[in-house]
Design a binder for this molecule. Structure first.
Ligand SMILES: [Zn+2]
Length: 126
C-alpha cells in the first residue's frame, strides 16, 4: 500500500469502507493524493471472476459512492475493477482479442455439425 496523502486515521477509514462494500472481495494498490484540504483516492477492487462487466463496474461505483458519502474529505475516487488478483503480477499479458479468438474458433469448428448452433460465446481471461 502506498500512501502519499492520507493520514493513518483516514487510511483506516478508507480501507474499512472499501472492505465493507458488497461485491468487493479484496482491494490493492490503494493510493491517495492530497489536493488542498481534500484527497484523491485510487484503488483496484477485486470482484468475482465470473461477474459481468456491468456488475463489476456497479460494484466499483458503489465503492466510490460509499467513499464519497462517508468521507467528505475525499474529492474524487478512481477505481479499477479487477476480475482476478493482479496485485502480485504487474506485467500485463495481452491475449488475443475477441475478434481474433472467434476467427480461430470458426476455423476449428469448420466441418463440425453443431446442433444447436453456437449463438453466443463468452470468453474468460485468466
Ligand atoms: Zn489490480
Amino acid at each position: 500500500m502506498v500512501d502519499t496523502g492520507a493520514t493513518a486515521e483516514q487510511l483506516e477509514e478508507i480501507t474499512n469502507t472499501i472492505a465493507g462494500v458488497e461485491g468487493v472481495e479484496a482491494y490493492h494498490d490503494l493510493r491517495t493524493r492530497r489536493m488542498g484540504q481534500r484527497l484523491l483516492v485510487e484503488v483496484h477492487v477485486l470482484v468475482g471472476s465470473q461477474v459481468t462487466v456491468s456488475e463489476g463496474h456497479m460494484t466499483g461505483d458503489r465503492a466510490r459512492a460509499d467513499l464519497m458519502r462517508n468521507h467528505p474529505y475525499i474529492s474524487e475516487v478512481l477505481f479499477h475493477v479487477d476480475p482476478e488478483d493482479d496485485a502480485s503480477h504487474h506485467e500485463k499479458t495481452i491475449l488475443p482479442s475477441r475478434e481474433e479468438l472467434l476467427r480461430r474458433l470458426e476455423q476449428r469448428w469448420q466441418g463440425l455439425d453443431m446442433e444447436p448452433p453456437v449463438e453466443r460465446v463468452n470468453f474468460h481471461y485468466l
